[in-house]
Design a protein around this ligand. Sequence first.
Ligand code: NAD
Length: 441
Amino acid sequence: MKITVVGTGYVGLVTGTCLAETGNVVTCVDIDERKVNKLKNGQVTIYEPGLEKLFERNLKEERLFFTTDLEEGIKDAAIIFLALPTPPGEDGSADLKYVLGVAEHLGKILTDYKVIIDKSTVPVGTAEKVHAAIAKNYAGEFDVVSNPEFLREGVAVDDFMKPDRVVIGTTSERAKKLLTELYGPYVRQGNPIIFMDERSAELTKYAANSFLATKISFMNEIAQLCERLGADVDMVRRGIGSDDRIGKRFLFPGIGYGGSCFPKDVQALVHSSNEVSYEFKILNAVMDVNETQKKHLVSRINNHYEGNLQGKHFAVWGLAFKPNTDDIREAPALEIINSLLAAGATVSAFDPEAMPNVKAIVGDKINFAETQYDALEGADALIIATEWNEFRTPDFDKVLATLKEPVIFDGRNLFEVPAMFEKGFHYESIGRPLIQLPKIV
Ligand code: NAD
């Protein structure tokens, strides 16, 4: 099948590459000329495990093309995916200017029947708006389908190639047939394609992300209680996670959810609720808890240094909002670093993939280390902000020998508390008992 993907970011590039992998011929369109040139020259523009190999193969076998020209990009395509940004507007609503802008442009250049698929996360009613924007200038036949994307950065290729489910919102039989054929190779193991109306599909995506964010905020509140009641959140997590109705996943407390999806999608669903005069009480609390949790580690650090961070130097391991990605949108690490700098501290950071993206924003306000151990040089303490695998079993002797003082603030609960105590660390983590070492003087 000939397919166009408009928007070649985290979702668009993975979608385009994975669609090419099963034999489709895919043209990816983006307005960012630099990005398109890099991609044309065989350079993958994001870090996503497993993507590079697929990208190179499909580029070489001429199933994957890139252009900045929408008209050229949609020529001969049966299906056009929109994988465009839907950032939060000032009032928290999803900004549809990119999606509707492209839809209007499509209306001016369509010449025959095509299925336009919205993969971006968009509020209920957007498919109708996209339809209207196209129909303003195009009187021919076309269908607009809502097909929200559930891939997770870090495992996006696997998620696309073997999705738990594919949600397709359409009432058009013609579009249904085409999409059943398109997604066939990805659901061979029997995972369902769930057909529904457009509005339900649009809401499904927000409901999924908001539910997951709720799980995180719930566990962060349990962790706060553990810290105050002398309980261990790891034990509580295991205790409740073994109940099938609750499940083991997404029960890890930390430094608040971040990334390009959860914060904006929870906000957007609250905004949509308000618009129909419904107060979504749980989600308001989820956002509140997340704001508190993002500040929690810094307040623990402040307590440790009795409110005076002036002149302190911190090593920060991890900048990406989660491991296995270079995405730093709404990353808790950045908020932590900003608070430390504002309090007069300095920072040396290390992240396996995200440093160039952070450098582009913060410049030389912090130092970027070559290795995780270099970051420790001259640091009063280590802060762990992202749970990259390589931070899980570090050379603790080297850590002890390099840090000025054996102090670790772990926002991701990577290590066992008693073991850290035995190694001689003052180790603070989230929702777990603090075994206090004698104060270092
Ligand atoms: P992104 O910012 O990484 O990519 C968007 C791309 O669209 C950019 O490359 C940008 O240059 C391009 N673009 C902007 N305007 C354009 C135009 N007029 N024509 C062509 N290209 C244009 O965003 P993303 O993370 O891929 O997210 C895209 C959508 O998918 C969002 O709605 C997001 O909520 C949703 N989503 C994201 C994820 C994720 O993990 N990133 C997962 C599921 C759903």
